[in-house]
Each structure stands twice: as structure tokens, then as C-alpha cells.
Design a binder for this molecule. Sequence first.
Ligand code: GLT
Ligand code: MN
Ligand code: MN
Length: 389
Amino acid sequence: MADFVPTKNDKFTFGLWTFGNAGRDPFGSEVRVPPTPIEGLHKLSELGAYGVNLHDNDLVPFDATPAERDRIVAEFKQALKDTGLVVPMATTNLFAHPVFKDGAFTSNDPKVRAFALQKTMRAIDLGVELGAGVYVFWGGREGVEVEASKDPVTALQHFRDAINFLTGYVADQKYKLKFALEPKPNEPRGDIYLPTTGSMLGFIATLDKPEMVGVNPEYAHDTISALNFTHAVAQALDAGKLFHIDLNGQKPGRFDQDLRFGQEDYKTNFFLVKLLEDRGYTGSRHFDAHALRTSDIDDVWQFARGCMRTYLILKEKARQFNADPEIQALLKEINAGDAVIDPLLAGKYSPAKAASIKGLKLDANQLAAKPLPYERLDQLVFDLLLGVR
Ligand code: GLT
Ligand code: MN
Ligand code: MN
């Protein structure tokens, strides 16, 4: 820890698609030949990662024959054994092939929706075979550019039918698998359905087996829309629904950058790591990011090392924050309770409490005059983060 070198206990994971990114963007072609999945396993194990996550087609090509599939999977399983890495999460690629150009589970075409279910059931079988306990759904194509083309309520019903069907499939197969829905407001579609963690949480409550389904929030997805990602994660934790998390870097208002974790906005990432650590989040710390288009392969591994190193540095900063006497004294002062009023506000409503609260003598001007030394507090956080404390 002192040198910020990760171990498997830190539970750092990378998608095969992350180090496997060849640098293609909408304006330019590939810039590097990425490592194969098996080369990646060896390198990540050397760097101290815990595991890798994958889409079905990150490992098995879309048009592979059953025999090819079995050979590829067997070789991959052997490499997992050799490296000691695990596959905690798996997912389906429901966005790359042209068949999904107008949606997968929300396509207007029942044949496309059936194809999406078929592909997902096979990908779930693959994920379970590799040991995954979490299955992510990122609906990258589940949206519109032309509002008239889809009825938005029908689209949600289709999405609900698909998730209900698949939780039924998992229960029927007796798989120990939880689902994590990943929201994103836009890109690649103009508008994607269920754009935020809050929308997903509301949607989950309408499902047949809500206990099987949680969320997979991603830093970049909220930050694109200038939302407070830490607050979204807090809501997921509060609901007991933070089944997975995608960490990366992003500037607000830009295209989807998927930068190295912590590359932008150190302060927000500090409070994010502090939240995860203070609240005892036990899942994978998954990096859903890729190296810059300017990177060669050596720099790709610097990127992977950097994601983990940054997390560990921020974790150490969180420990320092929690141990800092001046910061803690200030927080104690800010959070000082009231022996009479706290019991009235805690727990359930009662007519007696309503009567007591109505009768309280509260002077609004006096309350407003209470000092809130937040300038001092925020400067202490700044000093701590910048290492001058
Ligand atoms: C894709 C997307 C991510 C999702 C991945 C899982 S694929 O890279 O940008 O946010 O988490 O489908
Ligand atoms: Mn993303
Ligand atoms: Mn993601």
C-alpha cells in the first residue's frame, strides 16, 4: 500500500475491451494492435489486478462456430487458472452489430428483440461458465434520434419484459447471478432510455424480481451531463443496489472520453473513493476506460497501472481525512446534534411527535446566524489533497 502497488485484495478489474481498445474513434482508424485477451490476463496479473470482465464478443467472435467457441473458452479458462485472475462480471454486446442499430430489447421489431434475448441467454451461459456473479446491461442502442419512431412507454415495457424474461431464465437455470443495469444519458444514441441511476432505481422497483437487479453506475456517464456522480452512487448504496461500478475519467459536457480513472477532477474522485471505502463497498473496482489514442502498448499498461495507483492514493487520502484532527473537529462541530430535537426527527411519524414539533420554540434568525465555516473546511480538503498537510 505504501508504494500504492495493488494486490488482488484491492479487487481491481478491467474489461477486456479496455486494454483491448485499438484507439479507433469516429474520425480516425485504429492506432495500435492491442494485446490479446490472454496476453492481457498475464500483464494484468503482473500489475496486481484481481480480474477481468467481458462482453461475449470480446472473447468469442460474433460469427464463431460452436467448436471455435469451445476452443477459445477452454484456452481462456486455462489462462485464468495460470494467472489466478477471475471474471467477476460479464455482459452482452448488444450495440456493435448492425442488427442492433435501432435498439436490442427496445427495438420495434420482435425478431430483433428475440435475437437480443437469444444472444443474451448464450452470453449469460458463458459468463456463468467463467465464474461471473454479476451480469451488466448497458443499453447503448436503446434509444432514439427520431422521437416519432418509438413510443417511449412501449419501449420501457419492452425493456421490462426482457429483464423479467432474463431473471426468469437465471432462476430457472439456478445460476447465482445478479443483474446490474448501467445508465447513460446519450451516445451512441441521441437519447438513451433510463438515462440516470435514479431512473434505473425507479425502473427496478417495477420488475418481477427486483431483488435480483441493481445498478452499475459509471463516472463518465453522469459527468458527461455534469451530474454529481458521488451522489448517484450514494443513492445506489442507500438502496442496497450498488452491485457494480465503472470508474474512469471524463470532462463535463464533452464526448464520451473514458479517460484513465482520476484523470480529471481529483476532488470529485476523492469523495467517490472515500464514499466507497467508508461505506464498505465490497464489489469490484472496475475500470471502464481506455488509454489515450496517442498511447502505444507500453503506455496502455501505464494507463492500467495509473487507474489502480490513483485509486490507492485517493484511498490513502480518505484515510488521512478521517484521521485529521482539525478536519474531524470541524465536522464534529458542523454535525453537533440536539438532545431534545434529534429523537423527535428520528424514526416514524407519531401524533405526539407532530404536537411536540409544532410546539417547539425555534428562532429562524438565530438559527440562520449559526456559523458554517465551509471555506475553512474546503481549504483543508484542498491542502490535504495537494499534499501540503
Ligand atoms: C462500452 C460502454 C460502457 C459499458 C460497457 C459494457 S461497453 O464500453 O461505453 O460504458 O459499461 O457494456
Ligand atoms: Mn462508458
Ligand atoms: Mn461502463
